[in-house]
Design a protein around this ligand. Sequence first.
Ligand SMILES: Cc1cc2nc3c(=O)[nH]c(=O)nc-3n(C[C@H](O)[C@H](O)[C@H](O)COP(=O)(O)OP(=O)(O)OC[C@H]3O[C@@H](n4cnc5c(N)ncnc54)[C@H](O)[C@@H]3O)c2cc1C
Length: 490
Amino acid sequence: MEESRKRVVIVGGGFGGLEAAKALDGAPVDVVLIDRANYHLFQPLLYQVAMAGLSPAEIASPIRGILAEQKNVRVMLGDVTRVDLDERAVVVGNERVGYDWLVLAIGAQTSYFGHDDWEVHAPGLKHIEDALEIRRRVLLAFERAEREPDARERRKLLTFVVIGGGPTGVELAGAIAELSRFVLGRDFRAIDAREAKVVLIEAGPRILPSFTPSLAQSAVDQLQELGAEIRTGVRVVEIDDRGVELENGPSADDLPGLGDGRVRERIGSATVVWAAGVKANALAQTLGVATDRQSRVIVGNDCALPDRPEVFAVGDMARFEEKGNVLPGVSPVAMQQARYVGKIIRWELESDGRPPREPFSYFDKGSMATIGRSRAIAEARGLKMHGFIAWLAWLFIHVWYLIGFRNRLAVLLNWTWSYLSYKRGARLITSTGWRPNLVAEQAEQAVLSTRHRPVTTASDDALHRAPSLHEAARSPELDRRTSRAATPTS
Ligand SMILES: Cc1cc2nc3c(=O)[nH]c(=O)nc-3n(C[C@H](O)[C@H](O)[C@H](O)COP(=O)(O)OP(=O)(O)OC[C@H]3O[C@@H](n4cnc5c(N)ncnc54)[C@H](O)[C@@H]3O)c2cc1C
C-alpha cells in the first residue's frame, strides 16, 4: 500500500462490501475491508444449515481467500464500534482507520418489534450460530419426543412453529415438514416423526406478500402438500418456553377501539423459530443521520448519506427509494449498489473535484422462494414458475452464486446425494455457543476493549498497528470472537 494514495474503507464483507471491494480491483486507491467475521456468509442457504442439509463451511468462505489476488485490498478482522463522520475515521477496537471514501455495508439484524425477550425462545436466522442453534433445537425435539412417555408433552415436542410468512419462514416451514416426513421418518422407533406438526404463522392476510397472489397461493398449496399448517391474520402476542400465544385480527395499536371480539389461542411447542422481521444493524443508529422505522439509513439517489458525499451506505442497512418504492433487502440490491459506488469512486479518483453523479438505478431480475425438494416458486419479468421447474431454477441460481469452486461442488454433491437418498449428512446435535443478543454482546466487548487501551489518532498509520490474526488469537477478549468466526464448521 502506498503512503500517498487515497483510501477507501469498506465496513462489511457481505454481499455489498465484497462487491464494492471487487469493483475497485486495479483502481489507484488503497482499499481496507473490515468485517467482524473472517468469512463471507451466503445467507440465502442458511436455512439449509438450520435443517441439517448443509454444513456451515459449505455456505461460507474466508474473506481473505476471496480477495487474496486483489493487491490493493487489505482485509482487517474487527468490529467497527463507531464512525466518526467529522474526522473521517472508523473506530475498530482500539484503532482508528481514516478514510477518503467510506462504504458502509453492515447489513441487518433480527428484529423482535420491541420484544427482545422472545429471542431466547425463538431464535432468528441471520448468523451461522443461529442456524446451528435452530438445527440443535429441531433435532433435539425429536430425540426428546422419542423418550417422552406423556402423550401431551410428546405432542408439544413434535409441534414446530415458524413465525413470519416471508421467504425465510416459508423455506423453514417447508424444510422442517420435509425433514420430519422424508428424512427422520425411518429413524425413530417410539415415535412417528412423520406426524410432526409444522405451523407457519403470518400476521398479514397472506404469506409471501412480495409475490403475485397466484404464486403465493401455489406456495400455500405446496406447503400443505408437505403437511404444514398455515395460519394467516393472526398475531403473536407471547412466546415462552411452552409455546406461543396468538390473537386473531389486527392489533389494537393499528385500529384503536377495536379491542373487542379478538380471540386468544395457545399453541404448545418446544421449538419456535422467528422469521418475522429485520432491522438495520445497530451501528446504523449511531451515525446520527435520519433513519426509517427499520433503523435503515436514508440515503440519496447516489447511495450517499445526506451532506456526506464521501460516505455511502448500501444493502440491507440503507433505505433507498426509487420511483416511490423502497428497494427490498435482497442480495442483488446490495451488489448492484456496491458496483455503482465502486464506479463513482473510480470516476472521482480520475476527475478533478467531484463531478455530478448519475443516480443509481436498480435492475430487478426477479425473485424466488423454495419450499422443499422439487417445490418452489419464481417470478421474473412477467414469467411465473412453480413446482419442479422453479425449484431447478432456484437450485441452479443458488449454486451459481455460491462463492468458491469447492463450495459449489460440495453443495451440488451434497444435494444430489440428499435428493437421491432422502438422507442428510449434517444431522449433528452440537453445542453451538449461541446466546441471545450475541451480536450486541460482541459489540459491547469491543467497546470495553477500546476503553482499556488508548485510542490512536487518524494520522497514524492505523493499519500497521491493526491486530493480526495471531495477536487477536492471543487476546482473551478477541479470542472468543475470533475462534467463533474462524470455525464455521460443525
Ligand atoms: C435467512 C436469509 C435468507 C435470505 N435469502 C435470500 C435470497 O434467497 N435471495 C436474496 O437475494 N437475498 C436473501 N437474503 C437477504 C440477503 O442475504 C441480504 O439482502 C444481503 O446479505 C445484504 O447484503 P449486505 O451486504 O447489505 O449485508 P450482509 O450480507 O448481511 O453483510 C454484512 C456484513 O457486515 C459485517 N458487519 C456487521 N456489523 C459489523 C461491524 N460493526 N463491524 C464489522 N463488520 C460488521 C457482517 O459480519 C457481515 O459480513 C436472505 C437473508 C437471510 C438472513
